[in-house]
Design a protein around this ligand. Structure first.
Ligand code: ADE
Length: 216
């Protein structure tokens, strides 16, 4: 799966995509991350990417020409990729979306808006607008990391191990999903691991975990 990120701040992704599972997923060939720097498509000698809004108002908006040029470049690399736009005005992103995107395995092109937003006409080039929660962030990079993390961990072979799929099987969009877990020591100060988990009784453990996962 090719994931192309259109951003003015590619360095923001270094720590997140360059560590742990997301890094391993790339190293092992499950996924390929590619950055497209929006500045490279800026206008004029100063490579301008933003401008003031028609009708007045605070702040600057990303102009349409650099955005479309960057999307077209990304489409040249992967013509069938889906184009995503993180925006507080998008549909609330859920676990079921992550599953759908991991299953279809189509390439992803993700635009990271900055400043006060973007020229709305860009939405003609966008397939899916998504919002990661009812709060406003300074740009699209963090929502993009959320999208990537949630999809890549579900690609077959990336997580591996029985436990991960077991936890996954309890997942529903609007319920608490994971049961509490414990490791050594059995007792820390006055805090003890629930006895059932030490019992070795697999059926009882499964029942307890199901109950604690708040699955309805
Ligand atoms: N951009 C700014 N805030 C956002 C949010 N909550 N979700 C998606 N994109 C955003």
């Amino acid at each position: 799966m090719k994931i192309q990120i259109i951003t003015l701040f590619p360095e923001m992704f270094d720590g997140v995509l360059g560590s742990s599972m997301l890094w391993k997923a790339q190293k092992e060939g499950f996924v390929e991350y590619k950055y497209i720097n929006l500045r490279d498509f800026g206008l004029g000698p100063r490579k301008q990417v933003d401008d003031t809004p028609y009708g007045g108002g605070d702040g600057m908006l990303l102009r349409i020409e650099p955005l479309v040029a960057a999307i077209e470049k990304a489409k040249e690399n992967d013509p069938s990729a889906t184009v995503f736009l993180p925006t507080p005005r998008g549909k609330l992103y859920k676990q079921s979306d992550a599953k759908r995107l991991a299953e279809i395995k189509r390439g992803m092109i993700i635009i990271c808006p900055r400043y006060e937003g973007y020229d709305e006409r860009i939405t003609r080039w966008v397939d899916e607008q998504f919002c990661i929660g009812n709060y406003v962030l300074t740009g699209g990079e963090i929502p993009t990391m959320v999208l990537i993390d949630s999809v890549v961990r579900l690609l077959p072979g990336v997580l591996g191990g029985e436990t991960s799929t077991e936890i996954e099987s309890f997942q529903k969009d609007d319920t608490t999903i994971e049961f509490p877990q414990y490791t050594r020591p059995e007792k820390f100060r006055d805090l003890e691991v629930p006895k059932v988990l030490l019992s070795g009784h697999h059926a009882e453990i499964a029942k307890w975990r199901h109950r604690m996962s708040n699955n309805s």
